[in-house]
Design a protein around this ligand. Structure first.
Ligand SMILES: [Zn+2]
Length: 249
């Protein structure tokens, strides 16, 4: 977008405001040293251009949910293994978009130890812009049966019907990120009535300092959800992240 200097720009990004202030200060003799933002380019920013400035260098933490073999199972898959693949694609896509990414994973521990270690590591990363935990839902039905001696016992059976993704949050910032991710992900994996859900009971959401969301990437017990390409799921989450930072300007 090329604008002449005498035209009024529709939108001026933060970087441009800093450059203008420094120029004004220098003119008035307030600042003699040349600052870092000495680029001569006129950064009349349309929304998209500003978004690029805002996204660069943001630090995103990706948490692979559960320890290996301790999450949900279905359709020949295991939750940690599937989330690990999604995390790999998501990290690649975010890095390609200019974000710094840290992937947290403690595969050889227990669920509790994995959670505690994840929170400790996440809170040790200064200036993390966001945390994203990756999980998959599972559904089962309870079946009551009577054995030969007339005793009732309960059996849990996989229920392949429930399907669809949703995103959990606890803070207001988390809500905006959850809605941005859900907008894309729930189009790929529809089925849940509530796409962004406030969950004050989830340890990872409560204990982490950075804003955090927990993404349930569909049901591992539903054949269609389980057959969805991890790469597509990662693309939807990455699109949500980009969308969030563009809207947050
Ligand atoms: Zn899970």
């Amino acid at each position: 977008m090329n604008l002449r200097r005498d035209e009024t720009p529709r939108r001026i990004c933060r970087e441009m405001r800093q450059i203008r202030k420094k120029r004004k200060d220098r003119k008035e003799g307030k600042e003699r040293k040349r600052g870092r933002h000495e680029c001569a380019r006129w950064c009349y920013a349309v929304r998209k251009r500003s978004a690029q400035h805002m996204s660069k260098g943001k630090h995103i933490i990706i948490d692979i949910g559960h320890a290996r073999g301790t999450g949900a199972r279905g359709n020949g898959m295991e939750e940690h293994a599937r989330c690990e693949i999604i995390a790999g694609h998501l990290a690649d896509k975010l890095r390609a978009g200019g974000y710094a990414v840290t992937v947290l994973d403690y595969p050889d521990s227990t669920n509790r130890a994995d959670l505690v270690a994840t929170v400790k590591a996440a809170n040790g990363i200064s200036r993390a812009a966001f945390g994203i935990s990756l999980h998959m839902d599972a559904a089962s039905t309870t079946v009551e049966e009577v054995d030969e001696e007339g005793e009732i016992f309960v059996r849990h059976e996989v229920n392949p019907e429930p399907h669809g993704a949703h995103v959990c949050y606890v803070s207001n910032t988390g809500k905006r990120m959850a809605e941005a991710i859900a907008k894309w992900l729930c189009t790929l994996l529809p089925g849940r009535a509530s796409k962004a859900v406030k969950r004050g009971d989830l340890y990872i959401l409560k204990q982490t300092r950075a804003p955090w969301v927990l993404v349930e990437c569909g049901f591992i017990t539903n054949p269609e959800d389980a057959a969805t390409e991890p790469q597509q799921i990662a693309e939807c989450i990455a699109a949500g992240v980009r969308h969030y930072f563009e809207e947050a300007i």
